[in-house]
Design a protein around this ligand. Structure first.
Ligand code: AHR
Length: 679
């Protein structure tokens, strides 16, 4: 078995064949992957592979959240941002929703040829599909009483047709009271850059507020729902955990603008606008109209977690604004320790909102009123994001015990700061261990060179002790040095690194690649797992790597060693910083399948004999999933979404080799081999 073989299309054959310009040479390496199926090891946590969601890159408003209109409540600092106005349009601020008081008065122009109209640009335009239905809604009244008629047009401003309209509808408004009105629009053709016009009644003054447009077909049909293709991509990944709402937006640039979950629940019309720090964080990618409407709020996050089958993992503020942004301007940074009660309340009330009894708790009642009387079964709570040193440790030391006292059943996740190897990180782990955090959130957006040296990261059991907190690799992605965008090479090293995560499943309980989404016209941060434009989306190679792990996570680690060219078997024989072959295996107790993952980061294919110990016989056929990442710069885009994708085949297992089979792991690829015991 350990013999080095060189199988060439033999010279004898070449002699027999009259023309043989390029003889095929197959090199069979003497590599052995030994999987011990006798002793299934650590449980792979159901939460192991999941999703990190943050409203960055227009991930929420303009992205997953299916609302198509921007600034629907006229609450942006420039109340007409995203709108064109013509005729007699004025802004009022004593509307029906106290936390969003602005509305617009459309008055007759005074001349039959002049028109009062407001036109919404959407998020980089409004993407509509021909023949599909769109639900328009608004709140309106006729302030002087009586009846009015509004005309709603979806338009293509740039068309050479006589008529700009793609679809339209009329809405009859009556009476002095504010009421909600709806109409269905059905555009006649697909267009990514439509605008929406609301025409005032030519004769009667009309007030309008919270003007909204959603596709009727949202994910699972919710009216305040999610964009179908994007949410489906989340479900298809089969995530074990869904972390929200970030990321840095949890913290805020100052405490006033931190993410406050209580502002994100209840009727959407009355959820107050918040700024989005990603609008101004990078001046080289500035998006002045990027705000958080909170239409996608904590109820929707919990509901989505449930529907995609993931454990919800909210992260709440620890009483500190972003430390990066307040390094020089500490005045905005931390809440005083005495002022922390509201942060404690936020945690405890959130647990009640998610899990409490509606008959006993007002937040639980709100959940029921919003349509979900049953608990969401929250189990985890993150407190703080990327915070470091005493200001964080001291605050967590006050908040965490209170949360534990009220809800000992909830697992608390602390953070180890923004880096995964510096002194803040080590101090963070020490403090989290002392504070008895259940898990510690580690972040590493790093280069290929860094990843190559980290393939044994979680084998270090001097640092990651048996009894200490477990690891939540809460934000990570690989990028080539200086090449901070999506490409196959980065995904290849993520796949190789995740071998290390998987074989250390006793320690690592959660891992979430980040960020998740990016709008092609509105991004601030690359690489990302899913890219989209107004109509289309693409699951990148990074997504596919995550999905392949999540879809094949199994239930228990199977101890696995690799022997390279007859060398000593080891869990990872590849020297730090070098390319090579990486492998791990799990058992899925539910299907009785043995799942072996192998990543070859070399430029040439590598063969290996997979030997499964502890079984009498393997099934005669294995399933092979191959993600070929050899085209270094290649990745999927909304215009070319299928360029690189996993391919599933089957391979026979030779009858004489009852417990082993030979595989070829192609150059720079991630392969999964699934096989059942035959007994
Ligand atoms: O994912 C983008 C940002 O990276 C997150 O908001 C933050 O937590 C990290 O620094």
């Amino acid at each position: 078995m350990f013999r080095k073989q060189l199988l060439a299309c033999a010279s004898l054959m070449l002699m027999a064949a009259p023309v043989a310009a390029n003889p095929v040479v197959v090199v069979t390496d003497n590599n052995v992957i030994t999987v011990d199926a006798k002793k299934p090891g650590a449980d792979v946590q159901p939460t192991m592979y999941g999703i990190f969601f943050e409203d960055i890159n227009y991930a929420a408003d303009g992205g997953l959240y299916a609302e198509l209109l921007i600034n629907r409540s006229f609450e942006f600092p420039n109340p007409f941002a995203g709108w064109d106005i013509s005729g007699k349009v004025s802004l009022k601020n004593d509307g029906p929703f106290d936390r969003n008081p602005h509305y617009v008065r459309l008055a007759p122009s005074g001349h039959s040829d002049k028109h009062t109209m407001i036109e919404n640009h959407g998020f980089f335009g409004i993407g509509v599909k021909g023949g599909e239905e769109y639900r328009f809604s608004l709140w309106a009244r006729v302030p002087d009483g009586g009846n009015a008629k509004l005309w709603i047009d979806l338009v293509d401003n740039a068309t050479m047709d006589e008529d700009q309209k793609l679809g339209n509808a009329g809405v009859d408004i009556s009476g002095k009271e504010w009421k909600k009105y709806t109409a269905i629009l059905k555009p006649k053709r697909t267009f990514a850059k439509a605008h929406l016009r609301v025409w005032g009644d030519g004769k009667v003054t009309t007030d309008v507020e919270h003007i909204s447009l959603f596709p009727v077909k949202t994910y699972r049909g919710h009216e305040n729902g999610m964009r179908q293709d994007l949410a489906q991509a989340l479900e298809d990944l089969r995530p074990g955990v869904f972390r929200f709402p970030g990321g840095c937006i949890v913290e805020g640039t100052d405490l006033e603008t931190r993410y406050q979950w209580k502002n994100t629940v209840g009727p959407v019309e009355n959820r107050p606008l918040n700024e989005n720090r990603w609008h101004y964080t990078f001046t080289q990618r500035y998006f002045p109209n990027y705000f958080q409407s909170y239409g996608l709020g904590f109820f929707e996050y919990f509901q989505l977690s449930e529907e995609i089958g993931a454990e919800p993992l909210p992260v709440l503020n620890v009483g500190m604004a972003c430390q990066f942004q307040n390094n020089k301007d500490a005045a905005h940074a931390p809440c005083t320790k005495e002022g922390l009660q509201q942060f404690i309340d936020d945690c405890i009330d959130l647990i009640e909102f998610a899990n409490g009894d509606p008959a006993k708790n007002q937040w639980a009642k709100l959940r029921a009123d919003m349509g979900h009387p049953a608990p969401f079964n929250l189990k985890f709570l993150g407190i703080g994001n990327e915070q470091w040193e005493a200001p964080y440790f001291d605050r967590l030391a006050i908040i965490a015990p209170e949360v534990r006292k009220a809800h000992p059943e909830i697992k608390i996740i602390g953070t180890s700061g923004p880096n995964a190897e510096d002194q803040h990180f080590y101090n963070g782990w020490k403090a989290m261990t002392e504070l008895k955090a259940d898990l510690v959130d580690e972040h590493f957006y790093r280069s290929i060179e860094w990843y190559k040296k980290q393939m044994n990261r979680y084998d270090d059991r001097k640092f990651y002790t048996k009894k200490g907190p477990r690891v939540f690799a809460g934000e990570y992605a690989c990028h080539d040095s200086g090449k901070k965008w999506n490409h196959s090479a980065a995904s290849l090293y993520e796949a190789a690194f995740m071998i290390n995560i998987e074989r250390n499943a006793d320690l690592v309980h959660m891992a979430t690649y980040a960020p998740l989404f990016a709008h092609v016209e509105g991004w601030q941060w690359r690489p990302d797992a899913i890219w989209f434009d107004n109509l289309k989306s693409a699951r990148t190679t990074a997504y596919h790597v995550q999905a392949l792990y999540a879809q094949n996570k199994g239930t228990n680690v199977l101890p696995t060693t690799l022997s390279i060219n007859g060398g000593k078997p080891s869990v990872n024989p590849v020297p730090s910083g070098e390319d090579g072959l990486f492998a791990s295996a799990v058992l899925d107790k539910n299907t009785n399948e043995i799942i072996i993952k192998a990543v070859n980061t070399r430029e040439s294919a590598q063969t290996a004999n997979i030997y499964v110990k502890g079984v009498k016989k393997l099934a005669p056929k294995a399933t092979v999933i191959t993600l070929d990442l050899s085209d270094y710069d290649a990745d999927n885009t909304p215009d070319d979404p299928e360029r690189v994708k996993p391919v599933t085949t089957t391979m026979p297992v030779a009858a004489d080799k009852v417990t082993s089979f030979e595989v070829t792991v192609p150059a720079r690829s991630f392969c999964i081999y699934k096989i059942q015991r035959a007994e």
